[in-house]
Design a protein around this ligand. Structure first.
Ligand code: NDP
Length: 283
C-alpha cells in the first residue's frame, strides 16, 4: 500500500508530540501515512523543505522558529495564514504548488469552546504576548465576536502593530503591562514564551473578572507558572495548551486528508500520561 509522508520541522524538535498525535489520528481514521520529526534550524529550512517535497512529501508542520519562514515559503496562503504572517501547515497540491495555512487559531478556539465550554461572544479577552502564536490566534478569536480583544506585550509597539493589522476584524486594542492596572477580563490567554522558562509576565492584581478563565498556550508535564497563577486568582478554569496542540493538529490533518479525526480520545490519552508523570500535582 502507498504510504503518504508528512513531517514536523522545528528546532529543537526532540520534545514534539506531533508525530504521536498524527499517528493516533491515522490509526483512528484508518489512513495510511508516515509522520516524522526533523530537527531543522532556520538557516536550513528552505533546503530541507525543498528536499522533503521533491521526495514526494505531502505535508509539513512547522514550529518554532520556522513559522515565518514557512509563510514566506508557501506559493499561496489561506486568508487566516495571510493575516497571521505565520504558517504552521504546508500542504502540497496536485499541481505541485505549496499552500500555507495556520491552524493554531482554530485549534485554540475549538479547545476553548468545544472542549471546555468557554463562551467567547461578548467576552473581554486579554492576550499576553505579540509573537507568532499571538498573531495566529487573534483573527480567529475576533471572528467569535468577543466584546473586545486586548493585546498586551512587553515590547508595546509589537502589540500596536498587530492592532493596526487586525482592527478591521473587530474591537481590538493594545497595552503595556503597567497600563493593565484597573482593567478586568473574562478570559486571559498567555501567548508569551515566559512559561517555557517558568516565568510570568508582570501582571497586576485583580485582572481576572469573577468566574473568569485563564489559558496558557504552553503545556508541560507539570502545571505552568501561568496555570498556577490562574488557580491563585480563583479562575473558574485554569488550563494549559495541550488541547490546543491536539486541535491544531486535527485541523492540519483535515487540511491534508479531508477527514476530521476525533480529538477527545487523543487529548484524554495525552493528559493521562502527563498526570502519570506528575501524579502529586493532580491536574
Ligand atoms: P515568540 O518567540 O514568537 O513570542 C514570544 C512572546 O513572549 C513575545 O511577545 C515576548 O515579548 C513574550 N515574552 C517572552 N518572555 C517574556 C517574559 N518573561 N515576560 C513577558 N513577555 C515575555 O513565541 P511564540 O509566539 O511562537 O510562542 C509563544 C508560546 O505559545 C510558547 O510557549 C509556545 O510553546 C506556545 N504555543 C503553543 C501552541 C499550542 O498548540 N499549544 C501553538 C503555538 C505556540 P517581547 O515581544 O517583548 O519579546
Amino acid at each position: 500500500m502507498k504510504v503518504d509522508h508528512y513531517a514536523v520541522f522545528g528546532h529543537p524538535i526532540g520534545h514534539s508530540k506531533s508525530p504521536r498525535i498524527h499517528r493516533l489520528f491515522a490509526e483512528q481514521t484508518k489512513q495510511s501515512l508516515a509522520y516524522a520529526a526533523q530537527d531543522v534550524p532556520a538557516e536550513s529550512f528552505v533546503a530541507a523543505a525543498d528536499a522533503f517535497f521533491a521526495d514526494g512529501g505531502k505535508g509539513l508542520n512547522c514550529t518554532v522558529p520556522l513559522k515565518e519562514l514557512a509563510w514566506q515559503y508557501a506559493d499561496r496562503l489561506t486568508e487566516r495564514a495571510r493575516l497571521a504572517k505565520a504558517v504552521n501547515t504546508l500542504a502540497r497540491q496536485a499541481d505541485g504548488s505549496i499552500v500555507g495555512d495556520n491552524t493554531d487559531g482554530v485549534g485554540l478556539v475549538n479547545d476553548l469552546t468545544l472542549n471546555h465550554g468557554i463562551t467567547l461572544p461578548g467576552s473581554r479577552i486579554l492576550i499576553l504576548g505579540a509573537g507568532g502564536a499571538s498573531r495566529g490566534i487573534v483573527g480567529p478569536l475576533l471572528e467569535c465576536r468577543p466584546a473586545r480583544v486586548t493585546i498586551a506585550n512587553r515590547t508595546v509597539y509589537k502589540a500596536e502593530t498587530m492592532v493596526a493589522e487586525f482592527e478591521g476584524l473587530g474591537n481590538v486594542d493594545s497595552s503595556g503591562y503597567p497600563e493593565l492596572e484597573g482593567r478586568q477580563f473574562d478570559l486571559i490567554l498567555n501567548a508569551t514564551s515566559a512559561s517555557l522558562s517558568a516565568q510570568l509576565p508582570p501582571l497586576p492584581a485583580n485582572l481576572l473578572a469573577e468566574q473568569g478563565c485563564c489559558y496558557d498556550l504552553a503545556y508541560g508535564t507539570q502545571p505552568t507558572a501561568f496555570v498556577i497563577w490562574g488557580i491563585a486568582q480563583h479562575a473558574s478554569k485554569s488550563l494549559d495548551g495541550l488541547g490546543m496542540l491536539v486541535e491544531q493538529a486535527a485541523e492540519a490533518f483535515f487540511v491534508w486528508r479531508g477527514i476530521r479525526p476525533l480529538t477527545g480520545p487523543v487529548i484524554e490519552l495525552l493528559n493521562g500520561e502527563c498526570q502519570a508523570a506528575s501524579p502529586a500535582l493532580g491536574y
